[in-house]
Design a protein around this ligand. Structure first.
Ligand SMILES: [Zn+2]
Length: 935
C-alpha cells in the first residue's frame, strides 16, 4: 500500500523538477524578441542624414584587453599611447556587462543591444542557429548592405559562427588550446599586410586571442603579458601608418578594443571591475581636427576607470554616425558625444542624436505598451512624483520632443541636445537594468512547483521522516543551513565552505556514532577519522570561490611545480583502475570457463578479451599525456623527451575515440558475460549469484571511473586515489542506508568544489569538452562539459548506489545473526529486522528496482526495505528543496545588485544539479547501477 503510493509520489516529485526549472527559467531569463530586418534612414524634416567622416573601418579586438593594459604607465602600448597624447586617438573605458565572455560581448558590440543571460547558455551551444546574428541588424550587416560593401575577418572564429556567410575573406582561429600564445595571433597578423594593400573591403575585423590565453594561463602579471602588448602595439603601428600613407585608407576609422577584461586570476565571466573594464580606442589622423590630445599614460579615477566611461553598446550607434548608416534596430547604445564636433552645424548634431533617440524609443515603446509616448501638448504635472519606469521614460521623451518642436528650424545644440541625451541615457539604464525584465508570475509558479515537489518527496518519505533520529536531525539541519546560506551573495560565492564543514561535521558524527557500536582496536585509525584526514587533503586540492581563488593549494603550489610527482600520481591512478579492470575481465573469463566450454568459445578469444583491457588503460593514459602536452605544456615540462616526441604525433581525436570505444566494448563484455553466467545458472538459486552480480556493478563502476578520469584535468586526476581511499574507509564503516545516502550526497558536493569548480561562470572547465568530437556537436559537447565538471559528483553518486548494494550483500551473507550487545536505537532495530526479511532469498528476488514494487502483488509490497527507493527519495528531497531555496532567493533578490553576477550563475548551476545531475545521474545512472547490483 505504502510502496505503490510512495513510488507514484516520488515519480511525480521527480517529474516536477524539470518542469519547475523550465518555468522558472523562462521568467528569470526572459527571451528578448529581436526586431527583424535592417534599419533604414527615416525621412526627417531636418533634411538628409549628416555626411559621415569615414567610409572604412578596421576593427581590432584584442581578447581580454583590460583598460590598464593600454592606458597605464606599465603598458606595452607605447605607440598607441603616443597617438592618444597627440590627438590622433580618443581613449575610453567601455563598460562590459556580465557575463563577460566573448560571444555576448561581440553581440553587444555589433548590435548595440544588451544580451540576456541566456546568451551564456547559447555561448556553449555555439552551433545553435538562433544565436547567430546573420539575420539581425548589426553594423556589419549595415556595412555589407552598403554599395560595394565587403567584409573580411581574421581571428577568433566566434565571429564566423555569429556571422555565417558574411565575410568575403576570412580565416578563423579556434580558442581551444589556451596554452597557445603565438600561433593564434600569427594566424591573424600574417593576413594584415596584404589586406592593407587591398582596396576592395569596407570593414576589416581582427580578433586576437593570445593575450587572453596568457591571462588564463598565468594571470595579468604573467611575464608573457608585456611582450604580447608590445606585439599588439606593433600591429596598431603598422595599421595606423598604412592609414597615413595609403590613399585608399585615407578615411578609415581604426578601432582597438577589448571584448572584456580579466580579473586578478586572469579569468573572466563575472563582474569584477577588472573583467568589466576593457579598453576602447578610436584612431585616425582625422581625429586631430576634433581633439588636441589626452594625457597618456595616466592613472585611473578608480579601479580600472580610465578616461570617459561609456557602455560597450554605445559602439554601435557611434559607428553608425561616423560611417554613415542607420542605427541598428535593436540598439540600446547612445552616440558618444565626444565625436559630435565632427559636424559643424547644430542641425547635424541634433539630427544624429535624434535619430538615435527615435530608434531607442521604438524599443522602449514596445517594452512599455501601457505608457503614453505620443507627442503633443502634455499636462506637465503628470511627470511629477514617483513614476513607473515606463511613464518616466514617456515623460522624458515628450519633454525632449516638446523642446525640439519649440526650437523649430533654429536648432541650438546647447538647448536641444541635453534632453535628447537624457532620454537616451535613462532608456539605456532602464532597459539594461534587470527589474523590468522578469516575468514574476513564472518565477512564482516555478517556485510553487518545486515546493510541491518538496512536499511530495516528504510524503513519500513520511514513514522514515516521522521517526526522530540523530541522522534525520542532521539532514534537516543541513537543509535549513543550506537554505539560509542561499540568501547571502557572499556565501553563494563561497559555497564550498558549507560542504567542507558539513562533511567534516558528518564524519565526526559518524565517528561518535560508530565508536558507540563497535570498539576499534586502534582509535587513531578509526575509518571515520581517516575520512576526516582525507577530507583535509580534498579541501586543500584546489582553492576555489571568489575570495581565496588565488591562494596556495596542493595543485598550484606543489603539483604544477613538480610535474614528476604529478605524473607519478596520475600513473598510479591509471594503474590502479587498469588492474581492477583486468581483474574483472579475468574473473568473467574464469567463471565462464567451467560452464561455457561446451559452447565452443575458443580460448584464444577469451585471452584476447582479457588482453584488450590492458591496452585500454595504457591508451587512456597516453591520451591524457598527449592532451596535456598540447593543452598545458608546462605540466609535462622536464619529462622524457622521446616519449613526448612520440606522443605529440598522436591524433588526439582518434585516441580519445579509441578510449571511449574501448570503455563501451568493455561494458558490453561485462554485461554479456554476466548475462551468460546468469542464464547458465538458471534454475539453481546459487549462493554465488549475489557476489557475481556485485562484480558486475563494481565492474561498471570501475569502467565509469576510467571514463571520468579521461574527462578530468591532469592536475585533478590524483584526486581519484584520494576518492578511492575514502571509499575504502566508507566501506569499513558499515553504514546503514540513510547514512550511505548522506555520505554520498555530501561527498558529491565536496568533490565538485575540490575539483576547482565554483558557482561562477568563469570556473567552468571547457578543456575536456571536445575529447573525440570533431566539429560542433552540441549534444556531445554539452554532455562532455557536464561530465568533466561534475566528474567528482558522478563518482560519488555511483558510490552511493554501489555501497547500498554492498551493504545489502554483506548483511545478507552474515545473515545478520550477530547481535551487538550495545543499545540499539529503535529504528536500527527496525532496520535489522527488515534485513532479516531481506536475507530470505525468496523475498530477495522481489526487488528489481524501486518501481518494480508497482507490479508486485500487495502481500509483497509490504516488504521493506526499499534501499534504492529511500536513497532516491532523500536525494529528491534535497534536490527539490535546494532548487526551491535558490528560486525563492532569486525571486526575493531580483532587484539586488548581485543578481546577474551571483544569483543568475547560481541558478544555472542549480539547473544542472537538478536536471542533469539528479535526474540523469542519481536517478538514471543510479538505476542502471542498482539493476547491476545483487537484488
Ligand atoms: Zn578568455
Amino acid at each position: 500500500m505504502r510502496s505503490r503510493a510512495s513510488s507514484i509520489l516520488l515519480a511525480i516529485a521527480n517529474l516536477l523538477i524539470p518542469v519547475a526549472v523550465f518555468i522558472f527559467a523562462t521568467g528569470f531569463f526572459p527571451y528578448k524578441p529581436f526586431l527583424p530586418g535592417l534599419a533604414k534612414f527615416q525621412e526627417l524634416k531636418y533634411g538628409d542624414p549628416p555626411e559621415a567622416p569615414f567610409d572604412k573601418i578596421i576593427f581590432m579586438v584584442v581578447d581580454a584587453l583590460r583598460s590598464d593594459f593600454v592606458y597605464s604607465a606599465d603598458s606595452g602600448f607605447m605607440f598607441t599611447q603616443s597617438l592618444i597624447s597627440s590627438g590622433a586617438a580618443i581613449p575610453f573605458t567601455a563598460h562590459a556587462t556580465s557575463p563577460t565572455i566573448t560571444m555576448p560581448r561581440v553581440k553587444a558590440i555589433t548590435t548595440g543591444s544588451i544580451p540576456s543571460f541566456l546568451d551564456v547558455i547559447l555561448n556553449f551551444a555555439e552551433s545553435d542557429t538562433t544565436s547567430t546574428l546573420a539575420h539581425q541588424d548589426t553594423w556589419l550587416a549595415q556595412l555589407k548592405a552598403k554599395e560595394d560593401g565587403k567584409l573580411v575577418m581574421y581571428g577568433d572564429d566566434t565571429w564566423l559562427k555569429l556571422f555565417p556567410d558574411t565575410f568575403s575573406r576570412a580565416d578563423g582561429t579556434s580558442s581551444f588550446f589556451v596554452s597557445d600564445f603565438t600561433e593564434v595571433d600569427n594566424n591573424v597578423t600574417r593576413h594584415v599586410p596584404e589586406e592593407l594593400l587591398a582596396s576592395d573591403w569596407n570593414a576589416m575585423i581582427m580578433h586576437y586571442l593570445g593575450l587572453d590565453h596568457i591571462g588564463h594561463k598565468a594571470g595579468p602579471h604573467s611575464p608573457n603579458m608585456l611582450p604580447k602588448q608590445i606585439e599588439m602595439d606593433g600591429i596598431v603601428k603598422d595599421i595606423y601608418e598604412a592609414i597615413e600613407s595609403e590613399a585608399h585608407l585615407e578615411s578609415t576609422l581604426f578601432v582597438l578594443c577589448g571584448d572584456h577584461g580579466m580579473n586578478d586570476g586572469g579569468n573572466h565571466g563575472g563582474s569584477a571591475p577588472g573583467e568589466t573594464s576593457p579598453a576602447l580606442v578610436f584612431m585616425s589622423p582625422k581625429l586631430k581636427t576634433i581633439t588636441n590630445g589626452t594625457k597618456c599614460p595616466t592613472i585611473p579615477t578608480q579601479d580600472f576607470d580610465y578616461y570617459t566611461k561609456i557602455e560597450q553598446s554605445d559602439i554601435a550607434p557611434t559607428l553608425a554616425g561616423l560611417l554613415g548608416f542607420p542605427v541598428p534596430l535593436n540598439n540600446l547604445g547612445v552616440f558618444i558625444p565626444e565625436f559630435l564636433s565632427f559636424w559643424s552645424t547644430g542641425a547635424d548634431q541634433v539630427q544624429l542624436l535624434l535619430r538615435n533617440a527615435m530608434q531607442i524609443q521604438t524599443i522602449v515603446r514596445a517594452t512599455f505598451p501601457n505608457s503614453d509616448f505620443s507627442p503633443g501638448p502634455q499636462d506637465n504635472s503628470r511627470c511629477e512624483g514617483s513614476l513607473s519606469s515606463g511613464d518616466d521614460l514617456a515623460c522624458k521623451w515628450q519633454r525632449a520632443f516638446e523642446i525640439l518642436e519649440t526650437a523649430g528650424q533654429d536648432l541650438d545644440p546647447e538647448v536641444v541636445l541635453p534632453p535628447l541625451m537624457g532620454f537616451c541615457k535613462s532608456a539605456q539604464d532602464t532597459m539594461s537594468s534587470t527589474a523590468s525584465n522578469y516575468d514574476l508570475s513564472c518565477l512564482m509558479l516555478g517556485s510553487i512547483v518545486s515546493f510541491v515537489s518538496v512536499i511530495l518527496s516528504l510524503v513519500a518519505l513520511r514513514p522514515k521522516y516521522s521517526q526522530i533520529t540523530s541522522t534525520g536531525a542532521f539532514f534537516t539541519l543541513l537543509l535549513a543551513l543550506y537554505s539560509i546560506m542561499m540568501f547571502a551573495s557572499s556565501y553563494v560565492e563561497e559555497e564550498q565552505h558549507f560542504w567542507y564543514w558539513t562533511a567534516s561535521a558528518w564524519f565526526f558524527y559518524l565517528f561518535l556514532f560508530e565508536s558507540r557500536k563497535e570498539c576499534f582496536e586502534n582509535f587513531a585509525l578509526h575509518p571515520a577519522l581517516m575520512l576526516l584526514a582525507l577530507l583535509r587533503i580534498t579541501r586543500r586540492w584546489n582553492q576555489t570561490g571568489q575570495k581565496y581563488a588565488g591562494s596556495p593549494d596542493i595543485v598550484h603550489s606543489t603539483l604544477l611545480n613538480i610535474p614528476l610527482v604529478l605524473w607519478t600520481l596520475i600513473g598510479a591512478t591509471y594503474l590502479h583502475i587498469t588492474f581492477r579492470l583486468a581483474r574483472h575481465i579475468a574473473q568473467s573469463l574464469s567463471e565462464s570457463k567451467d560452464n561455457e566450454a561446451e559452447n565452443g568459445v575458443p580460448d584464444i578469444a577469451r585471452i584476447g578479451g582479457a588482453l584488450s583491457v590492458l591496452p585500454l588503460g595504457g591508451m587512456a593514459f597516453l591520451f591524457k599525456l598527449s592532451f596535456t602536452a598540447k593543452d598545458a605544456p608546462e605540466l609535462v615540462a622536464g619529462m622524457a623527451g622521446t616519449l613526448l616526441g612520440w606522443v605529440e604525433g598522436l591524433s588526439l581525436i582518434g585516441v580519445a575515440r579509441l578510449v571511449f570505444w574501448g570503455i563501451g566494448a568493455s561494458v558490453v563484455w561485462l554485461v554479456v558475460s554476466h548475462w551468460r553466467r546468469k542464464r547458465s545458472r538458471k534454475g539453481e538459486q546459487g549462493v554465488g549469484s549475489t557476489q557475481e552480480a556485485l562484480d558486475l556493478a563494481i565492474g561498471l563502476f570501475d569502467l565509469l571511473s576510467l571514463f571520468l578520469v579521461t574527462q578530468t584535468r591532469a592536475q585533478n586526476i590524483p584526486l581519484y586515489l584520494v576518492f578511492r581511499a575514502q571509499l575504502f574507509f566508507l566501506t569499513h564503516l558499515n553504514l546503514p542506508p540513510i547514512q550511505i545516502t548522506i555520505s554520498s550526497l555530501l561527498l558529491s558536493h565536496v568533490s565538485f568544489f575540490a575539483q576547482g569548480n565554483s558557482n561562477a561562470i568563469s570556473s567552468i572547465d571547457l578543456s575536456n569538452a571536445y575529447n573525440g568530437v570533431t566539429g560542433y556537436n552540441v549534444l556531445a559537447v554539452g554532455l562532455l562539459v557536464f561530465i568533466s565538471n561534475w566528474a567528482g559528483p558522478i563518482y560519488w553518486a555511483s558510490v552511493g548506489t554501489l555501497l547500498l548494494g554492498v551493504y545489502e550483500e554483506e548483511q545478507g551473507k552474515e545473515g545478520n545473526t550477530t547481535q551487538e550487545p550495545i543499545k540499539i536505537k529503535p529504528w536500527v532495530a527496525v532496520e535489522r529486522t527488515q534485513l532479516k526479511v531481506q536475507a530470505d532469498p525468496n523475498l530477495k528476488n522481489a526487488q528489481d528496482s524501486d518501481l518494480s514494487m508497482l507490479s508486485q502483488d500487495p502481500a509483497k509490497q509490504e516488504q521493506p526495505p526499499l534501499y534504492f527507493f529511500n536513497h532516491l527519495a532523500w536525494l529528491t528531497l534535497f534536490t527539490s528543496f535546494s532548487l526551491l531555496t535558490v528560486m525563492v532567493a532569486c525571486t526575493a533578490l531580483r532587484t539586488h545588485l548581485f543578481i546577474w553576477t551571483v544569483f543568475s550563475p547560481k541558478y544555472l548551476y542549480a539547473m544542472v544539479w537538478g536536471v542533469a545531475f539528479h535526474l540523469g545521474i542519481n536517478v538514471g545512472w543510479g538505476s542502471v547501477m542498482w539493476w547491476a547490483s545483487p537484488c
